[in-house]
Every structure is written in structure tokens, then in C-alpha cells.
Design a protein around this ligand. Structure first.
Ligand SMILES: C[S@@+](CC[C@H](N)C(=O)[O-])C[C@H]1O[C@@H](n2cnc3c(N)ncnc32)[C@H](O)[C@@H]1O
Length: 405
């Protein structure tokens, strides 16, 4: 059963470009699995997607040509088999036999012999590959080349290598001076920005301090944007593209009067739940920022714009295969429009922090350059913030601009 679910989810993600979290969590038979089987199923499909480029390289080496149409799904069975052999420490006989059973489930029994031959050959020829080789093969060329262009070859390969493992779990304590307490209680370490990095496994909801809202999950890099606004106590801050509310909670906990705007109802529901749990308040507005406007000017704005999210692929490796290079231009257009609209809503002397969790300069450094060129009534304040997964944080960009008149 766990492998069947992994197979179904893999077909959904690679075939239908459905997000992994959504496809996995909505699988109709998920609740029939024990917690252990559920964890195995999730780990298997994630390892397969994370290492798909390398796995396909091995499979392609055993095939004259890839099957077409529905038969293409046999590749997904082989992929899951190779992932078990290479990345899941499953004994070879179990990985192969379970994959052969899957051919019945997938109505692809005519490929049983081929699947057996491919998996046995890959197991026989199994060798240790350098991390660089696996990492590079896992990255689509368009994406890897964009990082080479932006950060140079040495950094690009380090970024790719960072994607071989899952990202750490960072939490933001509601009160900054409680970082030490939570680091001790949750067996974590305090990072240079004040986040606590957890080594504890298990369900987040069951960890000490979660249910009473003493902290929330937020990558260390993502905490930077709010900090760049400086002291927000008593200031009215528009939190644009706010859901599910990581930065809303940060702003509200720091004493700002927050107006949190987002157009996604479901994500706003999560924002409301998050605020209730952490006992912070904000005015919540469900609206499309392409049309909505605030009633008054505000002291400051945080624009956490929608983006390609190529900085969070360690957590969401499905993005490697669901995103395309054309998405960058489309996102940059939206980001430019949102930033331009926001530029009308801040008081003179007020600041806008623009941020994205993308590694693409078009959505970060180049977007800032274009904004400054087109908005002479704003000037950049301080240095930009740019983090990379190779530094152990999500890829993130943030810049502050100030309205000068
Ligand atoms: C990067 S996420 C925001 C994360 C959030 N700031 C946090 O810290 O938890 C981007 C958000 O932009 C929202 N969004 C995208 N386009 C929008 C629009 N035109 N109007 C309002 N919200 C939009 C999405 O619904 C999504 O929740």
C-alpha cells in the first residue's frame, strides 16, 4: 500500500504537475496507512522526486527508448525502485519484488520483465557516485544554468548539492528573548539571526510550545524581511501577500498594527489559525492586490511577492519538475506590477520591503534595479539581503526602499 500511494502521487506530480504536498495529503487511501507506512510512502516519493534527474540517467542507460503514452508510467515504477535501491536502504530483493507487484496495480504487467531487467542491472552495477554528479544530474539544465550565470560555477554546484538533503526545521520564537529557552527545550541550536534550528524529529504539532503559540515554523532567511523594516512598534504596516502569515506574526509580535492582505481564501484560513494559536492580531483582508487599494497611506509595507520559489526547492523538490524557465518572466511581471501599486500606498519617508524566496535575479536584484529606475521618488536603503541554500538557508532576497517625497 505505501508504494502504491507513492506511485499514484508520483504520477500526479510528474504527469499532471500537481504539487507534491497536495497530491500526497489528498490521496484517498492515505489514512489507511499506519504512521510508519505513511512516513515511508512520503519519504519514498520525496526521495524519488528529489533524485529524479540522477535516477532517470541510470534508467535511460538501460533502455533503448522510453515508453510512450500510458506505458510511460512504467518509468515511475522503475524510478521508485531505483530510489529504494540507491536512497532508501531497502534490500534489493524487496525493492525489485515490490516494484514488480506495482506493475499489476498500474496495469502494466507487460512491462514486468523489462522492469525486472532494468532494476536488477542497476542494482548489479550500483556504485558510489560523487555528490556533485548526483546533484548536477538532479537539476534541470535551464535552472542550473541560470544559477551558473547568476552566482558562478562554484556556487551553482554547491547550491545543487544543498538539494540532496532535506532542509532543516527552523522556528521563530514569538519573543526573541526566549530563543535560549526553546533551543534547550526542543534540543535545537540558536542561529545567528535568532531562529532556533531543531534536530528533533517527529510531528511539529506535538512539539512543546507549538499548541500554545510560543513559536512558529519559519526558515531563518525568511525572518530577515521584517527585521529590515526596523522598529515597527505602533506603526501601521501593510503586509501584502500575507498568507499563511509567517511575517504577519513577526510584525504583530513586534508591536505593529498590521493589515494583512492576500487573495487566497484557504491560505488566509491558515493565517487566521496561525494568529489564533500565537495570540497575535491583525486586520485580515481577502482581496486581489491587482484591484484592491488601502483606505489610507501607511507607515510601511512588506511585499512578499508571489514568485517561482526556486529558493525553497529543498523543501519542495517537485518544483524542479513542475516549473519552467518561462515562469520567471511571468512572475517578474506580477512582482513589478504589485510593487508599483504598493509604491502609491506608503507615506513619504515610509519604507517598503520587497522580498521573494527565489534564487532568480530577475525576481530579486534585477527587479530592484528596475523599480529604482522607474520610481525616482524612492531610494534604496542599506544593502540587499541575499541568502543561498548552500549557506544552509532557503534562497531568499529582500531589499528596502524609502519614499523620499
Ligand atoms: C510567498 S507567499 C506569502 C508568504 C507569507 N508572506 C508568509 O510569510 O507566510 C505569496 C502569497 O501571495 C499571494 N498572492 C499572489 N498574488 C496575489 C494577488 N494578486 N493579490 C493578493 N495576494 C496574492 C498568494 O496567495 C500567496 O499567499
Amino acid at each position: 500500500m505505501p508504494r502504491r500511494i507513492a506511485y499514484d502521487v508520483l504520477c500526479q506530480v510528474l504527469g499532471k504537475k500537481r504539487p507534491l504536498d497536495e497530491a500526497f495529503n489528498s490521496h484517498p487511501h492515505l489514512e489507511k496507512l499506519s504512521p510508519k507506512a505513511k512516513a515511508f510512502s512520503r519519504a519514498l516519493v520525496t526521495a524519488t522526486i528529489r533524485n529524479k534527474g540522477f535516477i532517470d540517467h541510470l534508467i535511460d542507460g538501460c533502455l533503448d527508448k522510453r515508453p510512450k503514452g500510458h506505458a510511460r508510467n512504467i518509468l515511475n515504477i522503475m524510478r521508485l525502485g531505483v530510489a529504494q535501491l540507491y536512497f532508501m536502504h531497502v534490500p534489493a530483493h524487496a525493492a525489485v519484488n515490490e516494484s514488480l507487484h506495482l506493475t499489476n496495480y498500474a496495469k502494466l504487467v507487460q512491462y514486468k520483465k523489462l522492469t525486472n531487467a532494468v532494476l536488477r542491472r542497476i542494482d548489479r552495477e550500483k556504485e558510489e557516485y560523487p555528490a556533485e554528479v548526483i546533484a548536477r544530474k538532479n537539476m534541470p539544465d535551464w535552472l542550473y544554468e541560470s544559477w551558473e550565470n547568476a552566482y558562478g560555477a562554484e556556487v551553482a554546484i554547491e547550491i545543487a548539492k544543498a538539494h540532496l538533503t532535506e532542509a532543516a526545521l527552523d522556528i521563530t520564537p514569538k519573543y526573541a528573548d526566549e530563543a535560549e529557552i526553546w533551543a534547550k527545550r526542543l534540543n535545537g541550536e540558536i542561529l545567528d539571526n535568532g531562529s532556533v534550528r531543531l534536530s528533533t524529529g517527529g510531528r511539529i504539532e506535538e512539539l512543546d510550545g507549538y499548541s500554545n503559540g510560543s513559536w512558529w515554523v519559519q526558515d531563518a532567511a525568511a525572518t530577515q524581511a521584517v527585521k529590515m523594516l526596523g522598529n515597527v512598534t505602533g506603526k501601521t504596516v501593510l503586509d501584502l501577500c500575507a498568507a499563511p502569515g509567517g511575517k504577519t506574526m513577526q510584525l504583530a509580535a513586534a508591536g505593529a498594527d498590521v493589515i494583512a492582505v492576500d487573495k487566497n481564501k484557504n491560505r488566509l484560513k491558515r493565517l487566521e489559525e496561525n494568529m489564533e494559536r500565537t495570540r497575535v492580531t491583525a486586520e485580515v483582508v481577502e482581496a486581489d492586490l491587482m484591484e484592491w487599494e488601502p483606505a489610507d497611506f501607511v507607515d510601511a509595507i512588506l511585499l512578499d511577492a508571489p514568485c517561482t520559489a526556486t529558493g525553497t526547492l529543498r523543501r519542495h523538490p517537485d518544483g524542479l519538475w513542475t516549473k519552467k524557465s518561462e515562469d520567471i518572466r511571468a512572475m517578474a511581471d506580477i512582482q513589478g506590477t504589485l510593487w508599483h501599486r504598493a509604491s502609491h500606498w506608503v507615506k513619504p519617508g515610509g519604507k517598503i520591503v520587497y522580498c521573494t524566496c527565489s534564487l532568480q535575479p530577475e525576481e530579486g536584484e534585477l527587479m530592484l534595479k528596475a523599480f529604482l529606475k522607474g520610481h525616482k521618488n524612492f531610494e534604496q536603503e542599506g544593502e540587499v539581503y541575499r541568502s543561498l541554500p548552500s549557506q544552509g538557508k532557503d534562497g531568499f532576497f529582500a531589499a528596502v526602499v524609502k519614499k523620499v517625497d
